[in-house]
Design a protein around this ligand. Structure first.
Ligand code: ADP
Ligand code: MG
Ligand code: MG
Length: 252
């Protein structure tokens, strides 16, 4: 079982107006098997936290530490983080022109495992995972995210998670833009990962809707670059009723 430990994390980004601090001291520990919902208003820094953990070069870490099972994550390259078991499903998945879903998945699996998957089981695994997510087999021959609908992009992210079997999965607004059926299919995918592996999940969302399907063990309110409050699932219900105003007022 893995443990991701984030301590006093500060991060900045360079903007045309100068360097701006976005993360202002994030403390969070995620253990394998746990689901942590990170909820907060737009612009509070949730995606920045996700990118900082995945190693996006745009974000400079200015203070704090991140460890995975005691290993310094901040010292690792993007690839090393992926091999260590950290997976990021991006809020806005990017197109990869000229690379099919099938090739992309196989390349990612090979990179993460350090060896190519056995062809026999791999083909079956991909087909099974696509069936689970109600994805048409022809999808595998399309270029990654090119012309994908919002729902297809999100399913493709969950397909990757299901095949790569990360120890820590960061899901950044994987629920955004999904209709009820797609939300249920995507949520079932997350729940299968929870049942079949010891994955620890950071589920970033602004809506409580997905939490009806994927039950969080912990809920964190993320405001102005840090966690303003934490609690259990009941905190999500309070946010549904009260919104973020109270936390925003306290943070400013
Ligand atoms: P959230 O995901 O909670 O909506 P983000 O992490 O996307 O928030 O953004 C937090 C703040 O940081 C916003 O004010 C956003 O404009 C700013 N920001 C994030 N990334 C960049 C970037 N690459 N360049 C400039 N500003 C950025
Ligand atoms: Mg946002
Ligand atoms: Mg975001």
């Amino acid at each position: 079982m893995s443990v991701l430990e984030i301590t006093n994390l500060h991060a900045t980004v360079d903007t045309p107006e100068g360097t701006k601090e976005i993360l202002k001291g994030v403390d969070l520990t995620i253990r394998g098997g746990e689901t942590h919902a990170i909820m907060g208003p737009n612009g509070s820094g949730k995606s920045t936290l996700a990118y900082a953990l995945a190693g996006h070069p745009k974000y400079q870490i200015t203070e704090g530490s991140v460890t995975l099972d005691g290993e310094d994550v901040l010292e690792m390259s993007v690839d090393e983080r992926a091999r260590a078991g950290v997976f990021l499903a991006m809020q806005y998945p990017v197109e990869v022109p000229g690379v099919t879903v099938s090739n992309f998945l196989r390349t990612a699996k090979t990179a993460v495992d350090g060896e190519a998957p056995s062809l026999r089981t791999w083909v079956k695994d991909v087909k099974g995972a696509m069936d689970d997510l109600r994805m048409d087999p022809v999808f595998a021959e399309r270029n990654v995210n090119e012309g994908f609908s919002g729902g297809e992009k999100k399913r493709h992210e969950i397909l990757q998670m299901q095949l790569l079997k990360p120890s820590i999965a960061i899901l950044d607004e994987t629920d955004s833009g999904l209709d009820v059926d797609a939300l249920r299919i995507v949520s079932e995918g997350v729940n299968r990962a929870k049942e079949n592996t010891e994955v620890g999940i950071m589920l970033i969302t602004h809506y409580t809707r997905i939490l009806n399907y994927v039950k969080p063990d912990f809920v964190h309110v993320f405001v102005n670059g840090r966690i303003a409050e934490q609690g259990g699932p009941e905190l999500a219900e309070r946010l549904e009723n009260e919104g973020y105003d109270r936390f925003l007022a306290a943070a400013n």
